[in-house]
Design a protein around this ligand. Structure first.
Ligand code: ARG
Length: 634
């Protein structure tokens, strides 16, 4: 029934005529649109209006208890009668319909509830046909202008700086970026996940100096943890550079000549090493490459613990080393008169070009800057990927990205700048209780370890056969949900103290609910075959709290579509926590019911529950996976 003809056959089976067709309806992806279409058809027979206008005057309710679909009469803009009068008039004319309970009037609205009898019969086969695809919509990624073509999006996220600390900013970019990528994939786009490593610049010169001073192949051979060695080496070099940094800062504050200080000591060594890299000196490049490879290897392993796989580890080095993009960009900038020389540096004065973005340095002391590298990367990627859209998920840096986008525009490429988007978020405030972990792997270890501790301290709550195994998944789910909640709510740093209880809107709560549902499925004991789904007596689900849970899962595709528009994980999170809440009401009810002994509708009741549980489990699973979390069935 995933096709339209299948769907038609299936509604015929429940005694309905063909699904009426409306431009805005998406009956293949959203079961509520089936109701919507039938209601619009009935309504259209009662008023003289354009069919699409009629369809669009009907709105899904956003609060429970306000009906499932509402006709908003003022939207029809009918002459003559007032919407209120019209509402009373129309209300009398509605005939009973198998999909709807009797409507009621509410001011200028007419509100309709889905008939509780119809929901299971419509929804269960619908979800069962789609399974992990329920809530996804592959058609949204199709470009229809020149034949059908899948649209391409590049999503750049995480992007740590090699050897430096993996900060909370990178952590959130990682988790949010993975979510955005999942979202696009679910909606049918071809997604390329790119990690734009900070693998070029003076800090790599400093690391190179460190290697020359302290490192050797032999030392490397004896390291169990190569990445940690490099990271520590870099930290050591930063420490050594600190006195010079301080002296320069003092000189600057005292109005002395601080620039020449940079041409001495470790500063000078660092810059010389970086210069050798920029000049492509083989020895410098070999060393740089070795350090980079170690980092990529480390990150690939650690990201896989979060189920994240990058299609590409590019980085700032790419355009610096082997691409014509930098030359081409600078040529256009000069050509268009956007580029100007100031004190030996090349800059863009954005204010002059009508954007209040100050003056930005594009090339300094002969070297490319962060801005130029980003600018060149846009064109480099355009060549290699021909993207329809590119999204940067990066903490703060608003001005930087506005400069990049504006520069692309000034180069005369509005067609390209229109495809670029920066998803930003503020830095976390407050002290992290995540400890002093500066490596991503350590942060993940901490999550697992603290989860295990929390589980051990509360064995009543956390009854699992394999606490070690589940603490791994739950710890990471906790982290993911925490990071994704931040955009919406507060901005606090990671706090492991939440782990001790399963209360609150945490990843632990999602997992606990999922686990409880899985055990309820086992305990329920009935497993109807797929071909039996249509013939089960669902009357035990017509009342609260069951009917409410059904309504909720019917709305899932609407939730994912709206989350896709805003790319706000909060939309999905709030929805999932509503589902979780409703699951526990239902399971509490079922437990109580079971302890009272068996009623008369026994067989069908368990079969009905079995189908419901299975559908709800599917929705919870789809939602969690979209967030990047892993539902764990134990
Ligand atoms: N490596 C940068 C940092 O750690 C983030 C890179 C963001 N992406 C970009 N295209 N500039 O701050």
């Amino acid at each position: 029934t995933v096709s339209l003809s299948g769907l038609q056959a299936f509604v015929a089976e429940i005694g309905l005529g063909p699904i009426p067709s409306f431009a805005a309806a998406d009956v293949l992806h959203n079961p509520i649109d089936i109701y919507h279409s039938y209601l619009a058809e009935v309504f259209r027979a009662l008023v003289e209006c354009d069919p699409d206008l009629v369809y669009n005057s009907i709105q899904p309710a956003n609060t429970v208890g306000n009906g499932d679909l509402n006709i908003v009469l003022p939207r029809l803009k009918l002459p003559g009668t007032t919407p209120k009068e019209l509402a009373s008039e129309l209300l009398k004319k509605f005939q009973p319909h198998p999909l709807f309970a009797l409507p009621f009037k509410d001011g200028v609205h007419i509100r309709f509830f889905f008939s509780p009898k119809s929901i299971p019969r419509l929804l269960f086969p619908y979800i069962n046909d789609r399974k992990e695809k329920y809530g996804m919509d592959a058609s949204l990624g199709m470009q229809n202008d020149q034949g059908s073509r899948q649209k391409k999006v590049l999503i750049e996220f995480s992007s740590p700086n090699i050897a430096s600390e993996f900060t909370e900013a990178h952590l959130r970019s990682t988790i949010l970026g993975a979510f955005v990528a999942n979202m696009y994939e679910a909606m049918g786009w071809e997604v390329t996940r790119i990690n734009y490593l900070g693998d070029w610049g003076k800090h790599l010169g400093l690391l190179g100096v460190g290697w020359q001073k302290y490192g050797s192949e032999k030392i490397l051979d004896n390291q169990a943890d190569l990445f940690r060695y490099i990271h520590d080496l870099y930290a050591k070099m930063e420490e050594e550079l600190q006195p010079e940094q301080d002296a320069r800062k003092r000189a600057r504050e005292d109005g002395q000549d601080f620039a020449t200080m940079e041409s001495q000591g470790l500063f000078a060594e660092r810059d010389a090493t970086f210069k050798r890299m920029e000049d492509g000196e083989p020895e410098a490049i070999t060393l740089w490459k070795k350090l980079r490879d170690i980092s990529v290897e480390y990150y690939t392993t650690v990201y896989s613990r979060l189920n994240i796989k990058f299609d590409e580890y590019s980085g700032e080095s790419r355009v610096s080393l082997d691409s014509d993009a930098v030359t081409e960009v600078e040529a256009v900038l000069k050509d268009k008169g956007i580029y100007e020389e100031q004190d030996g540096a090349w800059v863009i004065d954005f204010d002059k070009h009508g954007a209040k973005l100050g003056t930005a340095t594009v090339r300094k002391n002969g070297s490319t800057t962060y801005l130029l590298r980003d600018l060149a990367t846009v064109f480099d990627r355009l060549k290699s990927h021909a993207f329809d859209k590119m999204i940067y998920v990066v903490c703060e840096q608003d001005v930087h990205f506005r400069q990049v986008f504006k520069a692309v525009e000034l180069m005369g490429r509005v067609d390209i700048s229109d495809r670029l988007q920066h998803i930003t978020f503020p830095k976390a405030s407050g002290q992290s209780s995540g400890g002093s972990s500066h490596l991503l792997g350590d942060i993940l270890d901490q999550c697992q370890f603290r989860m295990l501790e929390a589980m051990n301290s509360n064995p009543e709550e956390y009854q699992f056969e394999d606490p070690e195994g589940i603490s791994k998944v739950m710890g990471l789910n906790f982290l993911i949900v925490h990071e994704l909640s931040l955009r919406k709510n507060h901005n606090s740093s990671l706090d492991f103290n939440f782990m001790a209880s399963s209360e609150g809107e945490t990843g632990i709560r999602l997992q606990m609910s999922y686990s409880r549902l899985c055990s309820a499925i086992l305990k329920n004991g009935v497993h109807p075959r797929e071909d039996e789904i249509n013939n089960i007596d669902y009357s035990s689900l017509w009342d609260e709290p069951w009917s409410e849970l059904l309504r909720l899962i019917a709305r899932y595709p609407e939730v994912t579509t709206s989350a896709f528009k805003t790319l706000e994980p909060g939309t999905i999170l709030s929805y999932l926590f509503c589902v979780v809440e409703q699951i526990s009401s239902c399971l509490d009810d079922a437990d109580e019911d079971d302890s009272e002994g068996e009623g008369s509708t026994v067989g069908s009741k368990y079969a009905a529950r079995a189908v419901l549980y299975d559908s709800v489990r599917q929705v919870l699973e789809n939602g969690m996976k979209l967030l990047g979390a892993t539902p764990f069935n134990k």
